[in-house]
Design a protein. Structure first.
Length: 252
């Protein structure tokens, strides 16, 4: 058996991940330290909604070096976290967007636990029936159902245009990305995207479907993405500007 076989096994191992906590701006945040064989320097990222930190490091970096890196960037972290919006808890009386339109959450107990999007004289609302305790979960489930219905139709439309079919379409509540496409053609989407305007929802689906044909972010990929969604640049900018606020909404 050749040594190359063992080298390939070594390459197939998942990147080592260390987890700890870091104190910054009066908060204690979870910190993930991820080794990457291709990394040439340390990079720091704040998770969507300011709910955690992630450092990507080259192999062999010591905990002391990570600490020094964090110390040098403490001011940057404090400035960025200060701009992260408060994490509003889903509850009666607040507004959350549905397809980009703010809807007031209205709780009407005494009936079965359903959610309805209603337009009345007082404006758009999400009316939730049933026990108050389950209201956040019921709204999350409502958004998941809306995402499945709308996004699966968009996947069908865009995949037909590129001549590639998705193996499966899945929905998750991710904090690091809005969507993904695996090498086997499985598409995943954050159901929170249903809070964004329709053109942005369409852009996200077009983006991931384009990966069925171009598994990269090169010129051919962006050309295909713009063919599927002519508003790519505008929608991409909207999601970068507003996505953190949508990720920050707490449905627990």
């Amino acid at each position: 058996m050749s040594l190359g076989f063992f080298r390939n096994l070594a390459k197939a191992k998942p990147a080592p991940v260390r987890e700890r906590e870091h104190d910054v701006a009066g908060r204690t945040l979870p910190l993930r330290i991820v080794e990457n064989d291709r990394a040439r320097r340390l990079t720091l990222r704040i998770d969507a909604g300011g709910q955690g930190l992630r450092i990507t490091v080259p192999p062999g970096i010591s905990a002391r070096e990570v600490d020094r890196f964090l110390h040098r960037h403490q001011g940057w972290l404090e400035q960025r976290l200060a701009k992260v919006p408060d994490r509003p808890q889903v509850r009666p009386g607040i507004k959350i967007p549905l397809r980009g339109v703010p809807h007031t959450i209205v709780h009407e107990p005494g009936r079965r636990g359903t959610v309805s999007a209603i337009m009345s004289e007082s404006g758009p609302s999400l009316t939730v029936h049933g026990d108050r305790l389950h209201l956040p979960r019921r709204i999350a489930d409502f958004l998941k159902r809306e995402a499945k219905r709308e996004i699966e139709a968009l996947v069908e439309k865009h995949s037909s245009a590129v001549g590639r079919r998705a193996k499966a379409v899945r929905f998750r509540d991710t904090t690091s990305r809005w969507g993904s496409c695996t090498s086997d053609g499985t598409l995943s989407f954050s159901w929170r995207i249903m809070m964004a305007p329709p053109p942005v929802i369409n852009y996200l689906v077009a983006h991931e479907v384009a990966h069925l044909k171009e598994m990269n972010h090169g010129p051919k990929f962006w050309k295909l993405c713009e063919e599927l969604c002519p508003d790519t640049d505008r929608c991409k900018a909207w999601l970068k500007r507003n996505g953190g606020a949508l990720q920050a909404i707490a449905f627990e």
